[in-house]
Design a protein around this ligand. Structure first.
Ligand SMILES: C[S@@+](CC[C@H](N)C(=O)[O-])C[C@H]1O[C@@H](n2cnc3c(N)ncnc32)[C@H](O)[C@@H]1O
Length: 220
């Protein structure tokens, strides 16, 4: 049965972090790796898309205690849990969809997203990535850690299955449902380039999970 995205995560809040850290192979490696890719400068401005309870921030704040993080998430319970974990940090939390929430242009040194964007198509992601690109300062970068389809066939099959379930369950058109539809790394990179990023590289790989870095180069 399909569940709406925010409701899905709020319903699983209890035990979410244990589940995430034990059920996903290499989570113990890719969260610290992701944190290590974020800026170290005091007061760095970071935008976190789909921050949830902030598992990527657990290893980041000890490395950069004065970082200023804007976290966006659909799930109210996840955001409350995150706020409770870091009462003394410069956290600005916004409940909403990162597709809809406006981002302040040129504000951020870096953006990050972990295990959140594997629900959306290439066409949905291009305008979102354009917003991320515009929200970054020149020389800023976007770190995307997520899991990816191994082939075009797997990518297409997941999407077909989502469409089948949505038709079967008469799901609301335009609503966001929790169903995994990962892109291949090649299609994800295409979306980032199409949004304007100048360089996209794979920094880490743990089975189907990868960390991508997309750069907004300084203009001359
Ligand atoms: C698996 S959790 C990952 C949370 C955190 N980044 C982590 O790795 O622990 C995915 C999060 O993405 C959020 N999410 C999914 N789609 C979203 C959207 N369109 N806008 C904002 N948040 C979204 C969900 O509510 C959920 O909290």
């Amino acid at each position: 049965m399909l569940e709406k995205m925010g409701d899905f995560f709020d319903a699983r809040l209890e035990g979410y972090e244990d589940h995430q850290l034990t059920a996903i192979a290499s989570a113990g490696e890719f969260y610290p790796f992701t944190a290590q890719c974020l800026p170290r400068e005091p007061g760095a401005e970071v935008l976190d898309l789909g921050c949830g309870t902030g598992l990527e921030l657990d290893p980041y704040f000890p490395r950069n205690p004065t970082a200023r993080v804007t976290g966006i998430d659909l799930a109210e319970g996840m955001l409350s849990a995150l706020a409770k974990k870091f009462p003394d940090k410069a956290l600005r939390l916004i409940r909403g969809s990162y597709f809809d929430v406006p981002f302040e242009q040129g504000r951020y040194d870096a953006a990050v997203s972990v295990e959140s964007l594997h629900h959306f198509t290439r066409d949905e992601k291009i305008p979102l990535y354009r917003k991320v690109y515009e929200a970054l300062k020149e020389g800023g970068w976007f770190i995307l850690t997520d899991y990816f389809a191994a082939s075009d066939e797997e990518e297409a099959l997941c999407r077909e299955e989502l469409h089948r379930l949505m038709a079967e369950e008469r799901a609301e058109t335009g609503a966001l449902y929790h169903y995994d539809t990962p892109l291949t790394v090649a299609h994800e990179s295409e979306a980032l380039h199409a949004a304007g990023f100048d360089r996209v590289e794979v920094l880490g790989r743990w089975g189907p999970t990868c960390t991508l870095r997309a750069d907004k180069m300084p203009r001359r």
